[in-house]
Write a protein that binds this ligand. Structure first.
Ligand code: PLP
Length: 409
């Protein structure tokens, strides 16, 4: 009987590679600046324990069911209605935009929301425009849908929206259809940039004029510790073409695996049409409903943002002190990261290998830019490690960089 290797049975999509993006398990991460994680010291453990019990005691066995019988099957697709209503209230308060409970779909983290938005709207051959460095998981879902992904540059004002306009006419000239622009306008990852107010307006105007969707990734939007907030794309949208994703992962705790996409009822119905995993867990959805209803999120965010501000300042100071003019980066106004460009005088390929051997983990620039570049870049996440580790890790990195400066020609 023929024995077939399971590898040979894999789909074309799965290929023969390893799971995505796991750091080498044999090298201990001493200075782990790799993943962008909320700081564990900010997790509201006591409130979550108290509320987890409260909702079980108060609401009874329904909490452990697929859906709330009072709402019915709608929750198998959209998720627990109580949480959708609380999120809608918060969007009304913070973004001045009225959203119905059917204008929100709860997801297992916002990454599932991104997957649903792509599955609901993007056909093979459709064009999706993204920032030249962007969130790799979103890019992979686009590739899985067979989308043609085109990039535009990012500068200090965020995505270059004039370049989007030029690209739109080029693509129309090729007889192709732009279906979606995926953007992270606030604290763009990896670059940390913020899309300027005029560019925000121009992007929503372009969507209305040319008839494409904007997938606004707002998972870092509430993590501001400097500068003034700007209107979101959802707030500016009059044409019902913005889908905005949010998540509790970065602002409360990733283990909740609770995110959402908000938009008009009609726009969200496109995601609902391809959702078939029976919704999100009732228990945690009710916990977060109560958490929001008790008004705990805003004071929590204020405290958490102070933690990130202090860590960002430590990271910036350490970079300047230990890496000097061999690196350049923008000072963050929020979120978790420094996007660092390494000077060409440094043999970064060698330095990066040495850094890994010393247990310094970070995310290489290529991860965000694919084949198009990023080789002299790294994204350093300072959010979840202690300030001592930030300081020591960057000091060690600085020593390695100094040893890898090429001799002048
Ligand atoms: C830009 C961006 N969007 C979305 C996500 C997804 O987070 P989650 O699925 O935990 O909400 C991440 C996580 O790193 C992210 O960086």
């Amino acid at each position: 009987m023929a024995v077939t290797s399971v590898l040979a049975l894999r789909s074309t999509l799965a290929g023969d590679g390893p799971p995505l993006f796991f750091p080498d398990p044999d090298v201990p991460a001493i200075f782990n600046f790799d993943q962008g994680l909320a700081a564990p010291e900010t997790f509201p453990r006591e409130d979550l324990v108290r509320i987890a019990k409260l909702v079980l005691d108060r609401d009874g066995p329904e909490v452990l069911d697929y859906f709330d019988p009072a709402t019915g099957y709608e929750e198998l697709v959209y998720g627990y209605k109580g949480l959708r209503s609380e999120i809608a209230k918060r969007i009304q308060r913070t973004q001045k935009r009225t959203i119905d409970p059917l204008g929100i779909i709860l997801t297992s983290g916002s990454v599932q929301g991104i997957a649903l938005a792509i599955a609901g709207y993007v056909n093979a051959g459709d064009v999706v425009i993204v920032e030249a460095a962007s969130f790799p998981y979103a890019l992979r879902y686009m590739a899985m849908a067979g989308a043609e992904v085109r990039t535009v540059p990012v500068d200090d004002g965020g995505m270059d929206v004039d370049a989007v306009e030029t690209l739109l006419s080029d693509i129309a000239g090729e007889g192709k259809r732009v279906k979606m622009v995926y953007t992270i306008p606030t604290f763009q990852t990896p670059t940390g940039t913020v899309l300027s107010a005029p560019r925000r307006q121009k992007l929503v105007d372009l969507a209305a004029k040319h008839g494409f969707l904007i997938l606004e990734d707002n998972v870092y939007g509430d993590l501001r510790f400097a500068g003034e907030p700007l209107p979101t794309l959802l707030e500016l949208d009059r044409a019902g073409l913005v889908l905005q994703c949010g998540s509790f992962s970065k602002i409360v705790a990733p283990a909740l695996r609770l995110g959402w996409i908000a938009g008009t009822d009609e726009a969200i119905a496109g995601l609902a049409a391809v959702r078939q995993d029976l919704g999100v867990g009732q228990w945690l959805a009710r916990v977060m409903t109560q958490y929001l209803a008790e008004g705990l999120l805003e004071p929590h965010l204020e405290r958490a943002n102070q933690v990130y501000k202090s860590k960002a300042e430590t990271a910036v100071r350490a970079m300047r002190r230990y890496c000097g003019d061999y690196v350049s980066f923008r000072e963050p106004q929020g979120s978790f990261y420094l996007w660092v460009e390494i000077d060409e005088r440094v043999d970064w390929e060698t330095a990066a290998r040495m850094a890994e051997r010393e247990g310094i983990f970070f995310r290489p620039g290529e991860r965000f830019m694919g084949d198009t570049g990023g080789r002299q870049y790294l994204r350093l996440a300072y959010s979840h490690v202690s300030e001592d580790v930030i300081e020591q890790g960057i000091a060690t990195l600085g020593g390695i960089i100094a040893r890898c400066v090429r001799a002048a020609a």
